[in-house]
Design a protein around this ligand. Structure first.
Ligand code: FES
Ligand code: FE2
Length: 414
């Protein structure tokens, strides 16, 4: 349970809010690179952290991201002409370059220097891993771009989708660290038939990028098998999965306070993904969710009750009657309301990771508001991945996990 004030701190990400200011200290995924396929192609609307923006690829192939409103009289830059290294508003012809400088103001007399005084709000962008990332914070505090392994591998090694979830970002983020739901919500859809036993141990270890969360199950006497998930600020997760399978990744990026964009990625560090291991994902049975053609809205959504199949639910083959992990998560998290009222919850012992996630975020946020440097500002802090390993009796998760998930620790030693 949280107080109303704590809940508000976690869920609000608009300009000027504490969480909004915190998130604006990081590079955030804005759109797929392929949405801007070539120089001078059509601009694309983007909404991030409550701000309406427009992305475009200029004549030189570089990506720009502007406030949607033209600084002249607020016309939408989405309708603009993308030409000769700039985006030109079609209302009165004002043109802006990638940095937001007004480079042409044909509606004013030629001798006027008014254009030198006008700028459009522009955010810097970089492209990594097939995604355009942007930085919306104070220019002098721009951090390094996170060095995620999934963003470095060749495109053939990676499969990425995104979909809109119609609820607050933190609700979806919490869902990613809710360990006990795996044995229920997804039952019937995991490769092992979903017969996952509940973990016996729940631990976390704080790191310089966030934390590692572990769930442990007893093996033979004196040994514990751990799955270690990564939580990386401000909204990333690397998923621990048993067996030799691609690594799964999520980023829950706030669109506004009642919608988030979920990026879902699977990758192999050292080889291309093959058809066999992609089958479940292509059929929308794993973490991805099927969207309308060319769009980000889920085909199965709250308006059609996520196309729940009551017969399938009754048959026991699927616990929910909802198709695939992605829609099961999306559906049940949206069912909690656009912004879940955490003042009326009753949490049990198996909710420990949710409690730890909230504690971490609230403490990090309060420290940030007090002037403490936030975590995760260096690229190489993100050189980690999820892991599964066995610890002997007497070895603690908190001591070993942070090292075991580092990419620079040889696999043999993990
Ligand atoms: S509103 Fe854009 S140029 Fe006038
Ligand atoms: Fe889930």
């Amino acid at each position: 349970m949280l107080t109303r004030e704590e809940n508000e701190l976690l869920v609000r990400t608009g300009p000027g809010t504490p969480m909004g200011s915190f998130m604006r200290r990081y590079w955030v995924p804005a759109l797929f690179s392929e949405a801007l396929p070539e120089p001078d192609c059509a601009p694309v609307r983007v909404k991030l952290l409550g701000e309406k923006l427009v992305a475009f690829r200029d004549s030189s192939g570089r990506v720009g991201l502007f406030d949607e409103r033209c600084p002249h009289r607020n016309a939408s830059m989405f309708f603009g002409r993308n030409e000769e290294n700039g985006l030109r508003c079609v209302y009165h012809g004002w043109k802006f370059d990638l940095e937001g400088n007004c480079v042409d103001m044909p509606s004013e007399p030629p001798e006027s220097n008014f254009k030198r005084k006008v700028k459009i709000e522009a955010y810097p962008c970089v492209e990594r891993g097939g995604i355009v990332w942007t930085y919306m914070g104070p220019p002098e505090q721009k951090p390094e771009v996170p060095d995620f392994q999934w963003a470095e591998v060749p495109a053939s090694h990676r499969f990425a989708t995104r979909h809109i979830q119609e609820c607050n970002w933190f609700q979806a983020f919490e869902g990613g660290f809710d360990v006990s739901h795996l044995a229920f919500l997804h039952k019937g859809d995991t490769p092992d038939g979903g017969i996952r036993t509940l973990p016996k141990y729940y631990e976390t270890a704080t790191t310089d990028y966030g934390f590692v969360s572990g769930s442990g199950r007893d093996l033979e006497a004196g040994k514990t098998a751990w799955g270690a998930n990564i939580m990386a600020v401000p909204f990333h997760k690397i998923i621990a999965r048993p067996g030799d399978v691609p690594i799964g990744v999520h980023a829950w990026v706030p669109i506004d306070d009642e919608n988030c964009m979920i990026y879902s990625i699977e990758y192999r560090p050292h080889r291309p993904l093959n058809d066999e291991e992609m089958e479940a994902s292509r059929e929308w049975r794993y973490i991805h969710a099927e969207t309308e053609p060319g769009g980000d809205h889920c085909l199965r959504n709250l308006a059609n009750d996520f196309m729940i199949d009551r017969e399938l639910q009754k048959s026991g083959k699927s616990y929910t009657g909802l198709k695939g992990f992605g829609i099961q998560d999306c559906g049940i998290q949206e069912s909690m309301g656009p912004i879940s009222d955490r003042t009326r919850e009753q949490l049990g012992t198996s909710d420990i990771h949710i409690i730890q996630l909230r504690k971490f975020m609230l403490k990090t946020l309060k420290d940030f508001m007090a002037g403490v440097t936030p975590p995760g500002l260096k690229a190489d802090m993100y050189r980690v991945r999820s892991a599964a390993f066995v610890l002997e009796k007497g070895e603690t998760f908190a001591k070993h996990a942070p090292e075991r998930v580092r990419l620079d620790v040889p696999a043999m030693a993990k």
